[in-house]
Write a protein of this length. Structure first.
Length: 90
C-alpha cells in the first residue's frame, strides 16, 4: 500500500477532527476554546488537501470546506471576544 503525502494529510486531518470531537464529548476541551477550533481547522485543511490532490469527492469537499470556514469563524469570534473583554470601558 503506497500512501502519498496527500493521503497522510487526510489521515492526520481525520484523526485531528475525531480526537477533537472525542475530547469535546469527554469534557476535556471546550467548544469555545482555541485548541478545539484549531484542531478542527487543521484537520479540515488536511482532509481538503487529500480531496484536492487525491480522489476528489464534491460532497466531502463541501463538508470539509464548511468545517474549515466555521472553524475560522470560531477563532475570529474568540479573538474579538477576548479583545473586547480586555478593553476597559470608559
Amino acid at each position: 500500500m503506497n500512501l502519498f503525502w496527500h493521503d497522510w494529510a487526510g489521515l492526520i486531518g481525520v484523526t485531528l477532527v475525531l480526537v477533537a470531537f472525542f475530547l469535546l464529548q469527554a469534557h476535556k476541551l471546550s467548544g469555545q476554546g482555541y485548541p478545539y477550533q484549531v484542531m478542527n481547522l487543521v484537520g479540515a485543511f488536511g482532509i481538503l488537501l487529500s480531496l484536492i490532490f487525491g480522489t476528489f469527492n464534491l460532497s466531502a469537499f463541501l463538508q470539509e470546506m464548511a468545517w474549515f470556514l466555521i472553524s475560522v469563524y470560531g477563532i475570529v469570534r474568540g479573538v474579538k471576544a477576548k479583545k473586547a473583554a480586555a478593553t476597559p470601558i470608559l
